[in-house]
Write a protein that binds this ligand. Structure first.
Ligand code: AHR
Length: 332
């Protein structure tokens, strides 16, 4: 560990260590909380994950953990259970432990400046992964690695516009938003709205958060179905909420993919299976496999090398036919 000496000095002061950071993920490398388990030049990364709310998140956690191992980076992993206060506690703990680099996926966009300033003052570089923060001061982090969520929302809207290009009837849309205040919820909503607003026949008749979970997606879709008898389209900000909504639609005696067309984001295996089965109509990919690029960035940042301030993940889209082809080799 590069900061072993200072970490040893601080060890007595950092009694609460990473184990006190909300729910500690089982995926850490198991080194002692103070000084890490590697040789003196092993890089130690403190990683604060959002939680385990979706199939996407599970795949992302696996990618980060496996890539850290492959890169010889010691990972101190903390699961925030979708709570910003847990992420702030975890980051403060990483600062006290003098890790070499901090990476995190911010549960919401706002409210990070104080803790990011603490990391900056401690001279510990920060890398944002998956989700952005809305800080005006971009010197608070070295790089942001992740998807272009606005583009994802636009792709969802473009499919819809194409799908209904020959119809002049009103298209009633319900929207299941991701976690309130999160970058993917804000941006996927904005990108989608920007595209469909060009044609007045598209109407969003209900829009509510399903917190990116299957259970909440089902619950909110049940409520949508009760109060809106004429839903044509569901736009869900992730596969999990879409899959929960499918259960609600079937429970209401309707056929998902036919009576109600469904667009989701992510393209995890369960979502791709539902797409191949005709229950979802279109999926915009959001790749969770960020681990290898994150570890490369971490090595460069710790070595003092310049890194790009923004690294955008490459992604595609899937129709039902494309899902059938892609499923056998889908990694997550
Ligand atoms: O930030 C990425 C989003 O978070 C994924 O689309 C969603 O499934 C996850 O929970």
């Amino acid at each position: 560990m590069l900061r072993r000496i200072s970490a040893l000095v601080l060890a007595g002061l950092t009694a609460f260590a990473v184990a006190s950071c909300g729910s500690e993920g089982g995926g850490g490398t198991g080194g002692d909380a103070g000084a890490g388990g590697g040789t003196d030049d092993t890089i130690v990364m403190g990683f604060s994950q959002v939680g385990a709310e979706s199939g996407w998140r599970t795949a992302n956690t696996k990618s980060v953990q496996e890539s850290a191992k492959a890169a010889g980076i010691e990972l101190k992993f903390s699961d925030a259970q979708q709570k910003q206060e847990n992420q702030i506690k975890a980051i403060r703990s990483f600062i006290q432990q003098r890790v070499d680099v901090i990476a995190f996926s911010p549960v919401v966009e706002s409210g990070w400046d104080p803790v990011l300033n603490e990391a900056k003052n401690a001279k510990i570089p920060v890398i944002l992964t998956d989700r952005a923060v809305d800080s005006q001061d971009t010197s608070l982090y070295k790089s942001f690695l992740g998807s272009d969520f606005i583009e994802e929302g636009k792709k969802a809207g473009q499919w819809l516009v194409e799908e209904y290009k020959d119809s002049s009837d009103t298209v009633n849309i319900v929207e299941l938003q991701g976690t309130t205040g999160s970058a993917p919820a804000n941006d996927r909503k904005a990108g989608f709205a920007e595209v469909i607003q060009a044609d007045a026949k598209f109407k969003i008749i209900a829009s509510q958060t399903g917190d990116f979970t299957r259970a909440k997606g089902k619950e909110v879709m049940e409520a949508f179905l009760k109060s809106n008898p004429d839903i044509d389209v569901l736009y869900a900000h992730n596969d999990d909420m879409g899959l929960g909504a499918i259960e609600a639609i079937e429970g209401a005696g309707k056929v998902p993919g036919k009576d109600i067309k469904i667009i989701t984001v992510d393209a995890v295996k369960d979502g791709m299976q539902a797409l191949a089965d005709g229950k979802i109509n279109y999926i915009v990919e959001c790749s969770p496999l960020l681990g290898p690029q994150l570890m490369d960035l971490a090595k460069k940042v710790v070595a003092g090398e310049e890194v790009p301030t923004r690294v955008v993940t490459e992604e595609t889209t899937f129709t039902q036919e494309q899902a059938k082809e892609a499923l056998p080799s889908r990694q997550y």
